[in-house]
Write a protein that binds this ligand. Structure first.
Ligand code: GDD
Length: 359
């Protein structure tokens, strides 16, 4: 089997590739690495395809052209699928990742305990471009900090990384990234525990432009939520369900305050409950259980109302049983009610997770 496959996603990188590919090849030859280079291009209009065809005459380069799809992460996955090497390495085409570091990444991954290697800007010895302003630095740091629940690595959002084929195959069927952070997706989904970082000097691109738009950065938040749901499963769903429950309390009280000015109170109370139940339903459908948001809404809504009613009945029963049957709770009715709320919420959550918003 081939030792190494290098995957390079590209969109409009003709100018950079003519410099990058010879540099990569030089680094590979120097280190005696038996490798293939796979460029995955999304039908760039700038001549990238022609440049690759010419480069392929002199270098071990294969081009995959995607006509209908766009996106960095899915391009990388297409390259990983096509790769035949034992080690899979991903890097950008814009010369921000030094190809001379490839052998170091490969030998780090060859250590028996290591299952993921990052070319890192944020460990000692690594650096970012001097020209980065405070906003870019701060932006990158916050994004990195948000990945903390998933990995202790200093630079898990880097686009320069390597992993073993077997790690990729382990997670292939469950990869579901949005946006740019395919490295983080692979660390989490392949359950890579031992991540090694090699310091690199990250250089800003000279030719072409970055495609990392504000929209892509927002997609990162969506990606984080998906990873959160994947890694923490029911804990994650429950946390979101409970937080949305809290927003329901706010909606309920606001509605009640608004309506009680000009409505008799029993109707106002009922309307306030109905409003908060409905906003909770919409938020849970679109956020907590977003995997089920394409199911017919009316049927789901009716089931949700049924689930809330069941939760309320369990809440009421628990509170009554505790306060009537245990002396301890007789003088602590609020505590009994609080336990009732938790029990009711627990039942409501389970019904929502497995019945109302089932997969
Ligand atoms: N095939 C394909 N399709 N490739 C793409 C696409 C796309 O839609 N968008 C970007 N690329 C390629 C670029 O051509 C380049 O080779 C690489 O992906 C990185 O894209 P840039 O747009 O240059 O990203 P960046 O430099 O702003 O961000 C890089 O650095 C970040 C860390 O600062 C990426 O590596 C990020 O993943 C990384 O987090």
């Amino acid at each position: 089997m081939l030792q190494l496959s290098i995957i390079i996603p590209t969109y409009c990188e003709a100018e950079n590739l003519t410099v990058l590919i010879p540099r990569v090849n030089h680094a590979l030859t120097d280190a005696g690495l038996d490798a293939e280079i796979i460029v995955v291009d999304d039908d760039s209009p700038d001549g990238t395809i022609q440049v690759c065809k010419e480069l392929a005459e002199n270098f071990p380069l294969r081009l995959i052209t995607r006509k209908k799809e766009r996106g960095l992460s899915t391009a990388v996955i297409a390259g990983l699928d096509a790769a035949t090497g034992d080690i899979l390495l991903v890097m950008d085409a814009d010369l921000s990742h030094p190809p001379e570091k490839i052998p170091e990444l490969v030998s780090a991954l060859n250590q028996p305990q290591t299952d993921f290697v990052i070319g890192s800007r944020y460990i000692e010895g690594g650096s970012t471009d001097q020209s980065w302003g405070w906003f870019r630095k701060w932006n990158s740091r916050v994004a990195t900090w948000l990945s903390r629940p998933f990995t202790k690595a200093s630079d898990p959002l880097a686009g320069f990384f390597a992993l073993k084929r077997q790690s990729f195959l382990k997670s292939r069927q469950i990869l579901n990234p949005v946006g740019y952070k395919i490295g983080l997706e692979l660390i989490v989904k392949s359950r890579c525990q031992n991540v090694t970082e090699i310091p690199i000097d990250f250089a800003d691109r000279v030719a072409g432009t970055s495609k990392l738009s504000f929209k892509e950065q927002l997609r990162y938040l969506k990606h984080l939520k998906r990873l959160f749901d994947f890694k923490f499963q029911n804990y994650a769903y429950f946390l979101q369900f409970a937080l949305i429950g809290l927003t329901g309390v706010f909606v309920n009280l606001q509605m009640l305050a608004l309506l009680s000015n000009w409505m008799i109170s029993p109707i106002a109370v009922a309307l306030a409950i109905w409003t908060s139940m409905s906003t909770n339903f919409l938020l849970n459908r679109n956020i907590t259980f977003s995997y089920a948001k394409h199911a017919p809404i009316l049927k789901q809504y009716l089931r949700y109302c049924g689930s809330c009613l069941t939760g309320a009945i369990f809440n009421w029963l628990t509170t009554m049983v505790l306060s009537r049957s245990f002396q301890f709770f007789e003088k602590r009715i609020l505590l009994a009610a609080f336990i009732g709320i938790l029990v009711g919420m627990g039942f409501n959550f389970l019904l929502c997770r497995y019945l109302v918003f089932s997969k």
